[in-house]
Structures are given as structure tokens and as C-alpha cells.
Design a binder for this molecule. Structure first.
Ligand code: B12
Length: 161
């Protein structure tokens, strides 16, 4: 007992030393790489016509709205995708910054996603909402869960209910 304890301690110390040495490498290697920016085509069409139309370079990132606060928006929301990437709502946010229009969205924890209430001057109501479509198809998940590919055509359209 007296002879095995120091050996065990030495082995434990050596293992700890290894773990401590390896830890920074592991965390550096294990850190999720930021998703590479891609270019998508974005159209935002409101009640009064086109708010934005054109290519936008974008990637998944945190998004902040007045009504919803700050949350990630990189397609891993709600575990929709295993790895982060560009999303419709992050692209909208990027376009808003480039073009200088504003938008707002409410955060829903149950979907781990934003519900886009307002873009420019159009706020959703009992008759209209902001629809999100990719390549002409309405998405079946919210705008932070859908992962975009380069060249996708993203549309936020003021749509009658
Ligand atoms: C009604 C409804 C809507 C209405 C909501 C407003 C209204 N006038 O009631 C409208 C038509 C506007 C709508 C829009 C969308 N919806 Co919807 N909607 C529903 C539905 C059928 C019922 C929700 C409800 O009333 N629940 C009962 C109330 C008491 O609970 P609640 O939590 O308060 O409900 C609110 C939220 O659900 C929120 N909401 C509605 N849709 C969505 C979508 C997202 C992503 C978020 C974050 C919140 C949200 O609005 C509800 C009313 O205030 C559900 C399906 C279902 N059976 O749950 C889909 C559902 C929630 N919607 C869905 C989707 C995908 C969308 C859209 C993204 C579709 C699109 N591609 O445009 C858009 C949102 C786009 C945006 N602007 O961000 C998905 C969400 C799935 C997901 N994992 O993200 C669901 C589950 C349908 C599905 N595909 O199975 N929706």
C-alpha cells in the first residue's frame, strides 16, 4: 500500500500533466470554425415594393433585434443542422446593415429562432406576414434554422395570410 500509493500518485500527476499540456491544443482543434462567408441572392419585397434586391455576402452569426435580444443565427439553432452556416435571417441582417434599413423580430425559445415581425415599415398583422422562401419554396423552418448554400435565392416577402 505504502509503495503503490506514490506510484499511483505519480501516474495520476503524469496524466494530469499530459491533460493540461494537451488541453489548449484540444480546445484549439475542437473549437468550431467560423462558417466561411458565401454569396446568396436576397430579395426583400414589402407593401411598397422592393426594399433590397441583390447579392449579399453572408455567414451565420449572432443577431440582435430590439424585441428579441441577441441570439445565434447560424443554422445550428434548434439542432436543425450539425454544423453552422449562412441563414436567411443572418443574410437579412447583413443586407439591412449594408443598405441601411431596419427590421425587428421576436425570439421564440421553443423554436430557438426569431419570428421576423417587421422589415422597413411593414409590421406583421392579422392580414399580412413576412414569408421566408429559398429558391421559390417557403421554408419549413424559421430563418435561423435553415442552412443556405452559395447561390441560393432568398426572399422575404410581405404576404397575405
Ligand atoms: C399560425 C402559424 C403561423 C402564423 C403566425 C401568426 C398568426 N397570425 O397566428 C404565420 C402564418 C404568420 C406563420 C409564419 C411562419 N411560420 Co408558422 N406556424 C403557425 C402554426 C400553424 C400555429 C402556431 C400557433 O398559433 N400556435 C398556438 C399559439 C397559442 O402558440 P404560440 O407559441 O403563441 O404561437 C406563436 C408562434 O408559433 C409564432 N410562430 C408562428 N410561426 C413561427 C415560425 C417561427 C420560426 C417562429 C420562431 C415562431 C412562429 O406565431 C404564433 C402566434 O403568435 C404553427 C404550426 C403549429 N401547429 O404549431 C406554424 C409553425 C410554428 N410555423 C412554422 C414556420 C416555418 C413558419 C415560417 C418560417 C414559414 C415561412 N417560411 O415563412 C413563418 C415565419 C417567418 C417569419 N416571419 O419569421 C413552423 C416552425 C418550425 C420550425 N422548426 O421553425 C411551424 C411549426 C409549422 C411547421 N412547419 O411545422 N406561422
Amino acid at each position: 500500500m505504502l509503495t503503490t500509493l506514490p506510484r499511483k500518485t505519480a501516474v495520476a500527476a503524469a496524466a494530469l500533466g499530459l491533460a493540461l499540456t494537451a488541453a489548449p491544443m484540444a480546445s484549439a482543434a475542437g473549437k468550431a470554425a467560423a462558417p466561411a462567408p458565401i454569396t446568396v441572392n436576397l430579395t426583400v419585397k414589402g407593401s411598397n415594393g422592393v426594399v433590397f434586391s441583390g447579392d449579399i455576402k453572408t455567414t451565420g452569426h449572432n443577431v440582435t433585434t430590439a424585441s428579441g435580444g441577441t441570439h445565434k443565427c447560424d443554422s445550428t439553432n434548434n439542432k436543425a443542422n450539425p454544423t453552422p452556416g449562412a441563414t436567411p435571417t443572418a443574410a437579412l441582417d447583413d443586407a439591412a446593415k449594408v443598405k441601411g434599413f431596419t427590421w425587428d423580430a421576436t425570439w421564440y425559445a421553443q423554436y430557438d429562432d426569431f419570428f421576423v415581425n417587421r422589415i422597413a415599415k411593414d409590421t406583421g398583422n392579422d392580414s399580412y406576414y413576412w414569408n421566408i422562401a429559398v429558391n421559390g419554396k417557403s421554408t419549413e423552418v424559421g430563418g435561423c434554422q435553415y442552412q443556405l448554400k452559395a447561390g441560393d435565392k432568398v426572399a422575404f416577402t410581405w404576404t397575405a395570410l
